[in-house]
Design a protein. Structure first.
Length: 244
């Protein structure tokens, strides 16, 4: 269901549940959180979130599971989904989502937890909770508003309409679009992985919360670090820096 692989400093998280169009049950969201915990403790410098299933990124949450809910199962589902999504958002290194095919429901929240999104020409997106008679978690609504604005968020949530790759790029739901998105995402991942890993993590922290006053000291400390020494030496010697 959730597979993790490493290629040098690049980690890949692959959704692979073809029988359910990559829809994640409660156990799947927990599995995603566990996968992220392992990656966070590794020396990976960038993470790619992708699908192994043709024509679908993910159908979101496993709706078939909803029919068995009773008692506090809805709360367990919400908390499990939150754990998986926030595990992606909390990864200390940059993350890229590769979307080629359908990305629906909770899968929208999943890609919004990443730092960058690369869509293929065949990608399509829809936020469909209203069609099921349910809302959308507040954290995910907040991310959707931050990403595409309140008006476009309202459009997606109120209508549940399918948004194609071109429209998604125009509204800012994705940052990049390419006919074959995986090679483009890999090229960006290679470029990120070649940069100073400590600087990348600091930049991610800064992007997440630029009002954090502790970032000032972290910025100042960079100038006494090994990464800065290597970067400055490489600049002076007109070569590419090598960060280990």
């Amino acid at each position: 269901m959730i597979h993790v692989a490493y290629d040098g400093y690049i980690a890949s998280i692959t959704l692979d549940r073809p029988a359910a169009r990559n829809a994640l049950p409660i156990a799947g969201w927990h599995g995603l959180a566990e996968a992220c915990a392992g990656i966070a403790a590794s020396d990976a410098r960038v993470v790619i979130l992708r699908s192994e299933v043709p024509v679908i990124f993910s159908a979101g949450a496993d709706i078939a599971e909803f029919g068995t809910f009773s008692g506090d199962d809805a709360t367990r589902f919400r908390e499990a989904m939150r754990a998986g999504i926030e595990a992606i958002a909390s990864l200390p290194m940059p993350t890229l989502a590769v979307i080629d095919g359908g990305c629906f429901g909770a899968a929208i929240a999943l890609i919004l937890a990443c730092d960058l999104r690369v869509a293929g020409d065949g990608a399509s997106f829809a936020s469909t909770p209203a069609k099921l008679g349910i809302g959308y978690p507040r954290e995910d609504v907040a991310r959707l508003i931050a990403q595409i604005g309140k008006g476009n968020a309202a459009r997606m949530l109120f209508t549940g309409e399918i948004v194609d790759a071109g429209d998604a790029l125009a509204m800012g739901l994705v940052e990049l679009r390419w006919e074959e998105p995986e090679p483009l995402a890999r090229a960006f991942a290679d470029r990120i992985a070649a940069n100073a890993p400590g600087a990348m993590r600091l930049l991610k922290r800064t992007l997440a919360n630029p009002s954090d006053a502790t970032l000032d000291a972290a910025f100042d400390a960079c100038f006494a670090g090994a990464e800065f020494r290597e970067g400055r030496a490489a600049f002076a010697e007109r070569r590419r820096p090598v960060y280990r």
